[in-house]
Design a protein around this ligand. Structure first.
Ligand code: FMN
Length: 285
């Protein structure tokens, strides 16, 4: 009975039901087509890291490892051991704060290079090392970056971000004006390589590239802090493609984060935040 009444409702409202059904079918078709394209581009794992289960697709594929064969050598464990290393390391990283006001005091490039060398020791999915670090010291390029970001951030804050988001940011006193982008002596733009290119020109899978690059970024933050420098993790919303184009980076690179780096300005202020106690984040079993 209720089915009949539902049917008659659909029939009566066919002028609405028909376009809605067509839109639904087209959406489902487009989504499934997009998933297939992702998988074709990514060969065995989709761009969303989902594992492809249809083994038959690869019957004709000749599988060769992306890495050369490696000897396995004895590893004696950690060689650089500091007395009280864990305590010292905690003291260093606990001293890190997000700095949004930088002094123009110069920083030797060699220090930045060493910190990036440290970041490059990060583990990565199947040792793919899917990261690119672009260091900008040139004033003109820094100003171009600031222009791109401030234009987008104005739209983000005024139109794109949800009221809850802008409300959550109020205690941090952030807005679309980013003086630090031109004041900090260096901007480090960290790109994740969503795939690589093998010697034979084929695409190389970069498994878990975002996690790998995020770990490398974490190591970079620690290294900068250990070098007595200050930084800020920023994620400029909607700016990735324009910044990639500005820096002439290839298509397989997507901007993950941008870090201004330098020394905090003398009048730099930070919100008086409290960090969770270790007992709030650690559970033993
Ligand atoms: C993934 C991520 C994205 C962030 N994006 C921004 C950003 O776009 N702009 C900004 O001013 N701060 C950004 N931050 C900094 C956070 O606001 C900051 O880490 C947080 O308030 C804690 O402060 P602390 O870093 O001083 O401990 C980001 C931090 C992370 C980890």
């Amino acid at each position: 009975m209720s089915l009949l009444s539902e049917k008659s409702f659909i029939l009566e409202n066919w002028n609405i039901a028909l376009p809605v059904t067509i839109i639904l079918l087209v959406t489902v078709y487009l989504i499934s087509k997009r998933k297939k394209t992702d998988l074709d581009g990514a060969e065995y794992i989709g761009a969303d890291n989902s594992i492809k289960t249809d083994e038959n697709c690869y019957e004709d594929t000749e599988f060769t490892p992306s890495l050369d064969d490696k000897d396995h050598v004895l590893f004696p464990g950690a060689k650089v051991v500091l007395d009280g290393g864990a305590t010292k390391f905690y003291e260093i990283v606990n001293d890190r704060r997000s700095v949004r006001k930088f002094s123009k005091k110069p920083v030797p490039f060699e220090i930045i290079k060493q910190c990036i060398q440290a970041a490059g020791t990060a583990p990565s999915g199947a040792h793919t090392e899917p990261w690119t670090f672009c260091v900008i010291a040139d004033e003109t390029i820094k100003n171009e970056i600031r222009d791109i970001i401030e234009t987008e951030e104005y739209l983000n804050y005024s139109q794109r971000m949800h009221r809850q988001w802008t409300t959550d940011l109020k205690p941090l006193k952030t807005n679309h004006v980013k003086e630090y982008l031109s004041d900090a002596p260096y901007l480090i733009l960290i790109f994740k390589q969503i795939y690589g290119i093998r010697n034979d020109g084929k695409k190389k899978q970069h498994y878990y590239n975002e996690i790998s690059v995020s770990i490398a970024t974490g190591i970079l933050l620690c290294a900068l802090q250990a070098a007595g420098l200050n930084s800020l993790v920023t994620t400029p919303l909607n700016c990735g493609p324009a910044l990639r184009t500005l820096l002439n980076r290839p298509n397989n690179e997507k901007l993950l984060v941008l870090l201004p780096v330098g020394y905090a300005a003398e009048d730099c202020k930070v919100p008086d935040l409290r960090r969770k106690d270790v007992d709030e984040i650690l559970f033993t079993y």
